[in-house]
Design a protein around this ligand. Sequence first.
Ligand code: HEM
Length: 469
Amino acid sequence: MFKYLFAKNEDIPTGSAAIYFGFSSIIWFVIGTGLGSFNAAKLGFPDFVTGSFVFAFGHMRQVHVMAVIFGWISMAFAMAMMYITPIIGNTKLWSEKLGLWNCFLWNVGLTLALTLMWTFGIESGREYSDFPWPIDLYIVFFILFPLALNVWMTIKNRRTQGIYTTNWFFAAATFMVAIVFLVGNSPEFFHLTGLTEAYLTWWFAHNVLGLWITPVAAAIAYYTIPKVTGNPLYSHRIGHLHFWSVVVFYSTPAAHHLMSAPLPEWLKSFASVEGVLILVPAIAFVSNILLTMQGKWHMFVENLEIKFTVTGVLMAIPLNMQGGFQQTRAINWYIHGTGWIVAHAHLALLGFSTFMEVAAVYLGMQTLMRRKLYSIALGNFHYWMLLIGFSTYWISMTIAGLIQGAGKIYEVPYIDVVVAEHPYMIARWIGGTMVFTGNIVWLYNMWMTARAGTVIPAGRQPHELAYER
Ligand code: HEM
């Protein structure tokens, strides 16, 4: 990378920025899930690595959360945007050089921020927006804005008539996430406290998921499925309905994260209704993608990228069903603050979103490096480690959450709840460690693809070759 940072843009090979973002995202996925596995071990085996504040669970939990959200997920998004936006517009990325600097400053900034947080405890104390405001501003101006500029200018320079659904989402999400960062972190800029701070903290957390992670993950599937199956998208109109209903219904119900807080009851009722209406974009997205698969379902078994993407899409069904009913007063008072919520967060991030990003990184890296995947067997091993590992995580934490909820409601002594949920804490650690292990194998497989993968002849696509075996 360093040799290209100071090169002329025209001397930088096409796709370089996306390739570096691809490898960075996989490395952060390994680091982030490794931290997750370590944290889970702390909850499964309380005597594991004690005696130093640096390895205390309360100290490391947010390092995990920020590493996987702003390392793995968001860098995989940057890779997908720099790979897909130019292809759809039948043009080149506006600036490979800006893309490379974006990648470099992103890695440096995130490493610095997490090191300050991990070793010195420098953080805001606000969940999901744990970085202190100077880091938030660094993220907006050196990470999000350069990314948005590169995406917008590439779309502006497109050599196609209209703008395809995926690029609609990419352009909007890069704009919306910057707004979310500036408004969501305003409590730190303006020293807002009390309920206002609590509400904006969860408005930030909710909208990082609702206006960044959910739309961009969906946008990737709108490209991967038609590209690999060869089927046109089932309906652009449903795509537009999905787009606008995400913006309207997803951006507003942040109060559903605070149903037990002393917020005005009308705000909670409004959030609950909006929270149920999130089913509109969810149904639009899932039906549009599954109908695009018509006649190509054999690829769900045979093709790695389709397998990952469709699995992620199918996870949107339990995710939004859960999301819809768990935020109503009737259910929320039981599951709030329990492992059920942790399970739900991982269904959204490690399930729904991650499976679609993994597919985009597999497809994008092979296409841009012009090399066929080194080992399909290792690719399938990765798929099953992620799916079985995640499922074990989700089921065990959902059960632990129900036990904790019952313990809370029926005032069962705390230690009895801890004992009852202990086997599920161990199961979660096993499941999460399978995910971590699968990611190490993935990193090896992609590294070997770059070094020794079969060269893809001009005019051919990796998924065609993979399909031919
Ligand atoms: C894409 C991958 C992942 C993402 C995006 C992710 C994200 C998150 C988020 C957002 C939370 C906070 C949940 C909440 O408070 O509601 C969390 C907590 C946690 N995650 Fe992950 N995670 C990922 C993978 C993993 C893996 C593989 C493990 C391994 C076991 C893991 C272990 C944990 C643990 C132990 C917690 C703390 C839960 C608690 O406070 O009780 N995560 N993660």
